[in-house]
Write a protein that binds this ligand. Structure first.
Ligand code: CAA
Length: 391
C-alpha cells in the first residue's frame, strides 16, 4: 500500500515540488488518511498496531520515492510519537499520542539549536519552574516540520549548570503564546520537505506536559534518537534501492559501442557495488528492527546501521549519476535529487563522525548501555492490535 502511494501519488510530481522548494500540501493529510502516521503505535492509542520492522519497511518505501516523506516519519513517529509511547504517562498518551497516531496532529522534535547540534548538552534553551508551570525560553534550529507541527517535543535546561543531567523534556503545542516558527529555504536537498526554526519566548508550559522526570531529558533525547536513527537508516536503504533500480533501468536502455551499457564491465562493477550496499544496508536495519521488536537495547546496532546506510546512500547516488552520464547531471532524471537528498542523511540525527566515535567507544569498552527507567516496549501483537475497549 505504501509503495503504491509513493509510486503513484508522489513520484510523478516530486521533481516540481523539489524545484519549488515547497512541501506538497497534500502529503501530510494523505499519509494521515492511509494510517502511515500511526503505523507502529498500538491501536488503543490511535495507531495501526504494526511492529517496528513494518515501520522500517514503510520508511524504505517512502524514501525510495523521496527523502522528504521519510523525514516526516523520522520526526513525527521516530523522534516524537515513539518517545511518548516509551516515556509518556497514560494521560499524555491519550492527550498527545493518540491524535498524532490518528494523523489529526503533526509532531516534531526540538533538540538542535543554532549553537548546539552534535554537542547536545551545550544547549542554551531554559525552562524555569514557576508554580505548576515551567517558563521556556530559547531557539531551536533545523527542525523538520517546524511550521507544520502542532506538537513539539522540546528539550531545555532546568539546571543550566547541570550539563547533560540538567536537561528536561517538555511537550509544547504550537498554539501556546510565545511560540513562533519559520521555514528555512536554500537547502542543498530535502527541498520538498519542511525544515525550519522554533523560537520560544516566556512560553508557559503546564507541569503535566513534562515528559519523564526533571534532569532525564538527555537520556530521553538519546532514546528518541535510537528510534529516529532507525527511520533514517531504513530510509537511506530505500535511497540506495532507488539508485540501484534507476541504474538498472538505464543500463538496459542506454547503448554505447553497439550494446546496452549494462554489458560493459565498468558499469557492471557500479551495479554490483550498489547491490552489495543495498543488501548490507537492509540486513543491518532488519537486525536493529528485530532487536526493537524484542525490547532489547539497540543503540549500537542502530548507530552502525544509520552510519553505514547513509554513507552508502551518498556513494550509491554518486555511482547512479555516473551510470546515467550527462543525463544524471541534469534534473531530467531523479538521480541528481538522490545525491542532494543523500547528503542530509550523513549530517542529521548524528553525523557520520559521531557514529564513528560511538562505534569505536563501544569496541574499546569506553561505552556501554545501562538499563533505562523506561525502555521502548517490546512488540506484543496481541497488545498492539487490541482496541481501546479492551484497555
Ligand atoms: N538512550 C538512553 N540513555 C542514553 C543513551 C541512549 N541511547 N545514550 C546515552 N545515554 C545515557 C548514558 O547512559 C549516560 O547516563 P549516565 O549519566 O547515567 O551515565 C548519559 O546518557 C550520558 O551518556 P554519554 O556519556 O554516552 O554521553 P556522551 O556525552 O558521551 O554522548 C554523543 C554524546 C554520543 C556525542 C551524543 O551527544 C550524541 O549522540 N550527539 C548527536 C546528537 C544528534 O544526533 N543530534 C541531531 C538531532 S536531529 C534534530 O534535532 C533535527 C531534526 O528535526 C531531525
Amino acid at each position: 500500500m505504501v509503495r503504491d502511494f509513493a509510486q503513484k501519488e508522489i513520484i510523478p510530481t516530486i521533481g516540481e515540488w523539489d524545484r519549488k522548494q515547497e512541501m506538497n500540501p497534500a502529503v501530510l493529510p494523505r499519509m494521515a488518511e492511509l494510517g502511515i502516521l500511526g503505523i507502529c503505535i498500538p491501536v488503543r492509542y490511535g495507531g495501526q498496531g504494526f511492529d517496528y520492522i513494518t515501520l522500517g519497511l514503510v520508511c524504505e518505501e517512502l524514501e525510495r520515492a523521496d527523502t522528504t516523506l521519510r523525514v516526516v516519519m523520522s520526526v513525527h513517529m521516530g523522534l516524537n510519537s515513539m518517545a511518548l509511547l516509551q516515556w509518556g504517562t497514560e494521560e499524555q498518551k491519550q492527550k498527545f499520542l493518540a491524535p498524532q497516531a490518528r494523523g489529526e496532529k503533526y509532531a516534531a522534535f526540538c533538540l538542535t539549536e543554532p549553537g548546539a547540534g552534535s554537542d547536545v548538552a551545550n544547549m542554551a534553551a531554559t525552562a524555569r519552574k514557576s508554580g505548576d508551570k515551567y517558563i521556556l525560553n530559547g531557539e531551536k534550529m533545523w527542525i523538520s516540520l517546524a511550521s507544520k507541527a502542532h506538537h513539539f517535543l522540546v528539550f531545555a535546561k532546568t539546571d543550566p549548570a547541570g550539563g547533560a543531567k540538567g536537561i528536561t523534556a517538555f511537550i509544547v503545542t504550537s498554539d501556546m503564546p510565545g511560540v513562533k516558527t519559520g521555514d528555512i529555504h536554500g537547502k542543498l536537498g530535502v527541498r520538498a520537505g519542511s525544515t525550519g526554526w522554533v523560537a520560544m519566548q516566556d512560553v508557559e508550559v503546564p507541569a503535566e506536559n513534562r515528559l519523564g522526570e526533571e534532569g532525564e531529558g538527555f537520556k530521553i533525547a538519546m532514546s528518541c534518537l535510537d528510534n529516529g536513527r532507525y527511520t533514517v537508516a531504513t530510509g537511506a536503504t530505500g535511497l540506495i534501492r532507488a539508485c540501484l533500480e534507476d541504474s538498472l533501468k538505464y543500463a538496459h536502455e542506454r547503448e554505447t559501442f553497439g550494446k546496452p551499457i549494462g554489458q560493459h564491465q565498468l558499469v557492471k562493477q557500479k551495479i554490483a557495488f550498489m547491490q552489495q550496499w543495498y543488501d548490507a544496508a537492509f540486513l543491518l536495519c532488519m537486525r536493529a528492527g528485530w532487536m526493537k521488536n524484542q525490547g532489547v537495547r539497540n543503540t549500537r546496532e542502530t548507530s552502525v546501521a544509520k552510519w553505514y546506510t547513509t554513507d552508502h546512500s551518498v556513494q550509491a547516488a554518486l555511482e547512479a549519476i555516473q551510470v546515467h552520464g550527462a543525463y544524471g547531471f541534469s534534473d531530467e532524471y531523479p538521480v541528481e535529487r538522490y545525491l542532494r537528498n543523500s547528503k542530509g542523511g550523513v549530517i542529521y540525527e548524528g553525523t557520520s563522525e559521531i557514529h564513528q566515535l560511538m562505534q569505536a567507544d563501544y569496541a574499546l569498552g569506553y561505552r556501554d548501555d545501562k538499563p533505562l527507567r523506561c525502555e521502548l516496549p517490546a512488540y506484543d501483537a496481541e497488545y498492539w492490535q487490541a482496541g481501546p475497549e479492551t484497555t
